[in-house]
Design a protein around this ligand. Sequence first.
Ligand SMILES: [Zn+2]
Length: 235
Amino acid sequence: MSPLAVTANPSVWIAGDAGLVEVVIVRRKRKRLALVVEVDGEVQCRIPKRCAHYAAKAFILEHQDWVFRAIARMKGRAVRPRPQFAEGAIHYFLGHGYHLKTRADLPGKAQIRQSDLIVRALPDAPMQIQMRLENWYRTQAMLIFNRRLSALVERFDLPMAANLKIRKMKAKWGSCSQSGVITLNLWLITQDIKAIDYVILHELCHLKHFDHTPAFYGYLAGFMPDWRAHKALLV
Ligand SMILES: [Zn+2]
């Protein structure tokens, strides 16, 4: 359940081998019913505004096997728990996990030293640690995403994005607008560099094919034949 939810959405519980699962019913401006497993593990049934509750329930029960399969798939990908901003907590950078440490007199916001990610902060100031760490992630993301974007454009002779933006996103690693602006999820910087390349290349390919048709994937595979292996690194 999302801690940000102000009004509680109705839900339906389904039972499988792995236990009970809550499916939250979310009304949206849309035409069809759909089941979605969010990155934080919440299962949603998105329904049109005027759809009856019993219709949503019937749809969920009809597709409960899909829900259990999707959850199992996500568990296989080891969804990380909420990050902790305390000494010893594991934080990721370019696919590697580091132990968080603090040092009040560190030059710069943060730095990696062997298996430690050291942040300039007081040990018992989680908000300060979070802020400094996020700032550092953003600086690194700016640098590394821009460098990889240019490298891929040059290597495959692709059109350049109109702009590169970095944003914290909940459910997407990247997106591309009709006007050619590529937006990357800040947390992509925690992923393996091969996975980062895949996401950037995927968005660059949208500059030519603004969809997910076989033509799009054919175009993408022309540059990165093993894109599935790259994508599978995303956790
Ligand atoms: Zn896409």
